[in-house]
Design a protein around this ligand. Structure first.
Ligand SMILES: C[S@@+](CC[C@H](N)C(=O)[O-])C[C@H]1O[C@@H](n2cnc3c(N)ncnc32)[C@H](O)[C@@H]1O
Length: 201
């Protein structure tokens, strides 16, 4: 992983940066399938919908029914209900819930770790399930042109361990993985891991 060499300075927003990198990677090209592994309020999923071709879908996961409700509401408000399939389930189960026909065809996968804003902070992503889900996501992705992004937060209890587990996974198993730290001078600032598979790297 180009972890050290790719670190950039400045306290950027990891969410904005993940959207910008994905938009730049795909350019004008649309994708038929994207996955939001942590739906939360649905903003990342809504961004992913903007990458879809006609008839394409965003598959989304969250262990909290409230997150699925909020995300579905956002898609409804934007007239995009037919563009989503959201599951009240852990992302570690994504291989069982995404149709087999799409295996190898998922263009973009986002993870935005942590907890659902405005709800119980103890219901947060955990290193073991996060690592299992990232491995599953890599299996599902289109390796000829795919973008994987994981926003990790280091300041909350358990956040640093999760950041380190994701870092180790990227280092060992994810080709062309990169890591950018929002503010290298701040040990608690968020990090963005990402990988660009295939063309456009
Ligand atoms: C920071 S929020 C995601 C933000 C979201 N992408 C957005 O655009 O608002 C993290 C979410 O991960 C969810 N989560 C925690 N563990 C999970 C798991 N095993 N599988 C799927 N979602 C999980 C939490 O319930 C929370 O809603």
């Amino acid at each position: 992983m180009a972890s050290v060499g790719s670190i950039r300075r400045g306290g950027f927003s990891v969410v904005g940066r993940s959207h910008g990198l994905a938009a730049e990677f795909f350019g004008q090209r649309k994708i038929s399938c994207a996955v939001d592994a942590t739906l939360g309020g649905g903003r990342d999923a809504l961004f992913l919908a903007s990458l879809l071709s006609e008839g394409g879908k965003v598959y989304g996961f969250d262990i909290q029914a409230e997150a699925v409700r909020r995300s579905r509401g956002l898609f409804e408000k934007n007239g995009l209900l037919d563009r989503c399939e959201f599951f009240n389930a852990g992302h570690e189960n994504m291989s069982d819930l995404i149709p087999r026909a799409l295996f190898g065809n998922v263009g973009c996968v986002f993870f935005n770790l942590g907890w659902l804003p405005g709800s119980d902070k103890s219901v947060a992503t955990r290193p073991s399930t996060t690592v299992a889900a990232i491995r599953a996501a890599v299996e599902l992705m289109d390796k000829s042109r795919g973008f994987l992004s994981v926003a990790a937060y280091r300041a909350h209890p358990g956040g640093r361990e999760e950041f380190e587990a994701v870092g180790e996974l990227f280092e060992r198993e994810i080709p062309f993985g990169e890591c950018e730290i929002s503010d290298p001078a701040d040990a608690g600032s968020p990090a963005l891991f990402y990988a660009r598979f295939g063309r456009g790297r």
